[in-house]
Ligand binder design. Sequence first.
Ligand SMILES: Cc1ncc(COP(=O)(O)O)c(C=O)c1O
Length: 366
Amino acid sequence: MTAREKPAHGGQRRWVAETYGRDERSWLDFSANLNPLGPPKAVRAALAAGLGQIVFYPDLEAKAATLAVAGYLKVAPDHILLTSGGMEAIYLAVRALQPAAALIAEPAFMGYREACAAAQVPAEGFTGRLEELLRRELEPRQMVLVGQPGNPTGQLEDPQVLMALLERLAAQGGNLLLDEAFIDFLPEPEAYSLRHAAGRPGLLVTGSLTKFFTLPGLRVGYALGPPPLLDALRRLKTPWSVSTLAQIAAAAAVQDAEFIAASRRLLPIARLELATALRKLGLFEVQEGQANYLLLDAAPSGLTAAQWAEGAARRGIMLRDASGFPGLTRYHLRVAVRRADENERLVAVLREIGEDRSLRQEDREV
Ligand SMILES: Cc1ncc(COP(=O)(O)O)c(C=O)c1O
């Protein structure tokens, strides 16, 4: 990636700092969908206490962290493999399963296509309702990748439809890869998660501690599936890919019940307030979804997503230009839900950009 080329993922602080000449620490980041309340207090204390352990190799099996995360997810410890972020789980899953072809429920997280490309698996997008796939002829050994909830829409799929799809795929030697990276933000994740079905042939669930527990820099995620399938992932995984500090943080994070409850109580309220304030601006169609982010269609404003992202960046705010997501338009943006004071600043800045005549001038000059 050259210095000016736009990164494929959100949260790229060094890139915006270099591009816009502002201190890396001064940015307000609405481009990465991270819990603004985290990380849990217990994590900082555990990391401080565990720092001395960096002189040793990490536990190869990440036993304490695996047991803690398995307990949090209520899955059997032999049905979970901890990975270096959810992304490693997705990459390993596609490589280990080597499907004949992949079908991605889009618009979706770019990482699915990247993982397929890395594993040389042909991938295509699918933009209809998932139910439609049940009526379609499925190819043998096909993999379907679905986000639950989807990124960038925040949309949830009906677990019964997912299970029916799994049955159809498994009957043909195929797989369902269900990415639950954002499911912890739901008030009741169990109602929509397929983690309880981990172990069923053909199902691989991936997840992440990055988003909900605000640990993007540590890299902890997981894959859930039948033990022989997890063994196949393990054989491809680099040993020690989950560092000692990542293991320590993971074990502490999932046991912080107070943090978990407060986040699930407060963030849906913040999302509703932000969505309401954004609608009031009259500049965007707001798609709220069930996650900690909103998908905005800026067509009513007359400004493109690139113009909104540029205008915000000049004011120290990172937005996700979502126009590159297959199935979306050049007017689509994604914004994370943050703390009330930060959301208010976002709304004020967006109002200012909407009134910025120079942007409209630039548009005419293009
Ligand atoms: C839907 C989705 N899944 C998975 C990931 C990967 O998360 P991580 O590797 O940081 O755990 C992301 C990151 O943006 C994501 O948006």
